[in-house]
Design a protein around this ligand. Structure first.
Ligand code: 5GP
Length: 114
């Protein structure tokens, strides 16, 4: 059974600033924010990387994106904008092997990669 730091957060074994939760997704603030607002949206099912999500279950990713967009809108970031990104494996910069969508907001972020 996979056991990452995010699983410990989901099990409430370590603290986190949880900002959203439903039956499928949990979201909490990143411990090392890369923007004024940096929240991680994590599925409650176990997938180490984006590579592991079956093509038959696109809703796993869809739910993360929809939850992030709804939360961003509720916080008033929808008009100014925000960034969502998912890192995959080493070249993608992934460090926690339970998939998660980063939501970055609260300041102009510039063009990606610049
Ligand atoms: P990745 O590099 O895998 O795409 O993103 C993992 C993220 O998890 C990083 O942005 C990192 O700061 C965050 N992170 C790592 N450990 C913890 C933790 O214990 N609590 C929280 N809230 N975030 C964490």
């Amino acid at each position: 059974m996979p056991d990452t730091i995010f699983h410990k957060i989901m099990r409430r074994e370590i603290p986190a600033d949880i900002v959203f939760e439903d039956d499928h997704v949990i979201a909490f603030r990143d411990i090392a924010p890369q923007a004024p607002v940096h929240v991680l949206f994590v599925p409650k099912r176990d997938f180490a990387t984006l590579n592991d999500v079956p093509a038959s279950e696109p809703e796993i990713i869809g739910r993360l994106a929809v939850a992030a967009a709804a939360w961003a809108k509720a916080q008033g970031f929808d008009e100014d904008g925000y960034r969502v990104v998912m890192n995959c494996n080493g070249d993608g910069g992934q460090t926690v092997f339970q998939i998660h969508l980063h939501l970055l907001a609260g300041a102009p972020l510039g063009r990606f990669g610049t």
